[in-house]
Design a protein around this ligand. Structure first.
Ligand code: FUL
Length: 417
């Protein structure tokens, strides 16, 4: 079933590139990141919840998919599940008749955005949690509801936090997904098709390998899970626009430069970026976050607004020539690799005319973006390393920016409250 060659679904997911995470739930109303399952369901009461505002914000930045925390570690369900009373059905929101998952799913359909769902295996409310067999049935029933009632799912997000030393019924979970949502990407656990990048800062690092033999498990452990065979598992960089995953009144969105740095270190390295935008107690993405998202996407669009495509010629021995119609001046290059037969490019060097070395780097993958001091050339020589490496495209841009901004701060690795 698995192999080191991507499935068409994996390639499509990699081409989508950018997704938006929504962390929303009881935690939002209590300033918590990891509540313990005892907060009253009655305290879930967003006053102006508008899932379309969430999805429109995601769409406005070019995101192709969203992932919603249908159930976080506290066990509170954002849909009216039959498996527990600890859900929106026990809250005053929409008179107990609301369904956040359904509202987000409807907004996604309307705006042509794909839907993903996060269902935490660790559940701090479920009375059955200590009984592994009973909890497996409960969890499978929840997953069945989510996989049956909300249309096609693009991604199922399995979070390893809190589950150290615990084995879930992954065989049955995987069979259920294969039955009901065979095209969904599976994040990191069970029979994964995509993997965690290994930090919550949104940062991949060169080389970005799509074929791996183990996956990182959780930010709060040093545990990594060995795979029985090498698998094609492209990484997803998850990071919050704020310090917290959930909304807190005293938190604020990251600065524009920080978001741009994340962009270059995720999308620009051929990894997907899943940027978290936490809705507030009104049930809206706060205005300041919407504004920062608009600034961020405007700046990315500006930098890549005027593509200068090159035509490509392979000379053999991994040597390629990229030719422009006329001499061009550029400070950014974007490369794409042909991935249908697997990831082949292990390294690449790019020379301008007169042999000047512009770039000396590792993998290319779904896309690789380089920023450097402006250069002028009619032709570039690209030396690829790896077995039968193949470039799909090379495009130059003059963005007026020659360096990648610094990362301002990193996510804490201690377990949150
Ligand atoms: C972590 C969780 O513990 C955080 O609360 C958050 O959901 C993040 C995306 O994954 O492992």
């Amino acid at each position: 079933m698995h192999s080191v060659i991507p499935t068409p679904e994996q390639l499509a997911w990699q081409r989508d590139g950018l997704g938006v995470f929504f962390h929303f739930g009881l935690n939002t109303f209590h300033g918590k990141e990891w509540s313990d399952g005892t907060l009253p369901a009655a305290s879930f009461n967003p006053t102006e919840l508008d899932a379309e505002q969430w999805v429109q914000t995601a769409a406005s930045m070019g995101a192709k998919y969203v992932v919603l925390t249908a159930k976080h570690h506290d066990g509170f369900c954002l849909w009216p599940t039959a498996t527990t009373d600890y859900s929106v059905a026990s809250s005053p929101w929409r008179g107990g008749n609301g369904d956040v998952v359904a509202e987000v799913a409807a907004a996604c359909r309307k705006h042509g955005i794909k839907l993903g769902l996060y269902l935490s295996p660790w559940d701090r409310n479920a009375p059955s949690y200590p009984d592994a067999d009973a909890y497996d049935e409960f969890y499978l029933a929840q997953l069945r509801e989510l996989c049956s009632n909300y249309g096609e799912l693009a991604e199922l997000w399995f979070d390893g936090a809190g589950s150290q030393g615990r084995e879930y019924a992954w065989d049955r979970i995987s069979a259920l997904i294969a039955e009901l949502q065979p095209r969904a990407m599976v994040f990191n656990m069970g029979a994964p098709t995509i993997r965690w990048v290994g930090n919550e800062d949104g940062l991949a690092a060169d080389p970005v390998r799509y074929v791996v033999t183990e996956t990182e498990f959780s930010n709060y452990t040093v545990h990594s899970a060995a795979l029985t065979e090498a698998l094609y598992l492209p990484p997803e960089c998850d990071v919050s626009i704020r310090r917290g995953w959930f909304w807190h009144p005293d938190d604020a969105p990251k600065e524009l430069d920080h978001l741009l740095a994340i962009y270059y270190r995720s999308i620009g390295l051929g990894a997907n970026l899943l940027l978290n935008l936490p809705p507030d107690t009104r049930g809206l993405i706060p205005e300041e976050d919407v504004k920062r998202v608009a600034e961020f996407s405007a700046e990315v669009r500006r930098r890549f607004a005027a593509p200068l495509p090159a035509s490509l010629r392979a000379l053999g021995g991994g040597k390629w020539v990229a030719s422009f119609a006329a001499p061009v001046t550029f400070d950014h290059l974007r490369l794409e690799e042909v991935l249908e037969n697997g990831q082949r490019i292990a390294g690449h060097r790019i020379f301008a005319e007169a042999g000047e070395l512009l770039v000396d780097a590792g993998t290319v993958g779904s896309q690789r973006i380089h920023a450097f001091k402006a250069a002028t050339a009619r032709e570039l020589v690209i030396q690829l390393e790896g077995e039968e490496p193949e470039l799909a495209s090379v495009t130059a841009y003059l963005a007026g920016v020659e360096t990648v901004p610094e990362i301002k701060y990193l996510a804490p690795t201690e377990a949150p409250d």
